[in-house]
Design a protein around this ligand. Structure first.
Ligand SMILES: [Zn+2]
Length: 339
């Protein structure tokens, strides 16, 4: 182990004891897109003990420009991102325990996954999941690192329960909503800059060098050459429902959740069944082929061509309807196939 991590151990901020601490930690990464692949690779190479990575999507050609863990073979196989990430991360460092979850980051799933987790990394592309993550972090006192990017712009902030303001507090001072969902494109250096900020903070926390942790909210634009750092110590809101004295963790509440959502910057609607179900993909594929549909699949999902739309069905009954932003139309297609 010493040779593998020798350069990191030589670095005074980490050292031998820091490396041992890093090795004893479990990190949960939410999202295996651009930010998730990058962060997972950095932490896997750094020798974190265990990494759990969660993602609901599968690899597509337009991901390859910036989602560094994936290859053309993953696109051809429509392999789920979490599973493709696990496969690649194991090749990079067999010394790290990698666990992947193909699914939607619902409050139930997150509350189950956070047992024994030391740190969470935000690599999601949507606000709903970040707010769930924020509530889970406060409830179980787990630090997490917010990160987002769009175009050439990126930002990051570390949220430490009991110390810093939470994401819900920040909403009062920073217009974060709407910053993530975009159709304006993204360049890889903006992603890499956010990954660098998130993983640097992650390594500090995992090595338990809390004095070195950044407390400011940073944002930058790598195209326009701008860098801003904002102090957030006064942003903590006493009446915050996520971290205040009379907290209710509003985003963990079933009622506040949407079952249908239009995916970020894409002509795609996601539908999640109200109660989880187990679908036999093999059986469904046979039925749909008999009905004359073109069906392709792998052990994780089925892809069905349906005129202008394409539906991708996962084992847990979740589906992505490509080729529409219309929720009603998407629901109709879903019910036609899955009842
Ligand atoms: Zn708060």
């Amino acid at each position: 182990m010493n040779e593998r991590y020798s350069r990191q151990i030589l670095f005074p901020g980490i050292g031998k004891s820091g490396q041992e601490k890093i090795r004893s930690k479990h990190v949960l990464i939410l999202g295996a897109g651009a930010l998730g692949s990058g962060s997972a690779e950095v932490l896997t190479r750094a020798g974190v003990g265990k990494i759990t990575i969660v993602d609901r999507d599968y690899v597509e050609e337009s991901n390859l420009q910036r989602q560094q863990l994936y290859t053309e073979a993953d696109v051809a196989e429509k392999w789920p991102k979490a599973a493709a990430a696990e496969r690649r991360l194991r090749e990079i460092n067999s010394d790290v325990e990698i666990h992947s979850v193909v699914g939607d980051a619902t409050p139930e799933l997150l509350e189950e996954l956070v047992a024994g987790v030391d740190l969470m990394l935000d690599a999601t592309d949507n606000f709903e999941t970040r707010m769930i993550m924020n509530d889970v972090a406060q409830k179980y006192k787990i630090p997490w690192i917010y990160g987002a990017c769009v175009g050439s712009f990126g930002m990051s902030f570390s949220i430490i329960p009991g110390k810093t303001p939470c994401l819900n507090c920040l909403l009062r001072s920073i217009p974060l909503q709407g910053m993530t969902c975009d159709t304006g494109g993204i360049i890889a250096p903006a992603v890499q800059m956010v990954i660098a900020h998130q993983t640097a903070e992650a390594l500090k926390m995992l090595a338990e060098d809390w004095d070195a942790a950044r407390t400011a909210f940073v944002s930058f634009d790598v195209w326009r050459n701008q860098y801003t750092s904002m102090k957030m110590s006064k942003a903590k809101f006493a009446g915050c429902l996520s971290c205040g004295e009379h907290r209710t963790y509003p985003y963990l509440d079933q009622e506040n959740r949407s079952k249908t959502s239009v995916l970020c910057g894409r002509d795609t609607v996601q539908i999640r069944p109200s109660t989880p179900r187990e679908i036999s993909l093999e059986q469904l594929a046979a039925q749909l082929s008999t009905l004359g549909h073109t069906v392709k699949g792998n052990p994780y999902l089925l892809s069905v061509e349906m005129g202008d739309q394409r539906m991708v069905i996962f084992q847990d009954g979740r589906a992505l309807i490509h080729g529409t932003k219309d929720m009603t139309q998407a629901k109709t297609i879903y019910q036609r196939i899955l009842g």
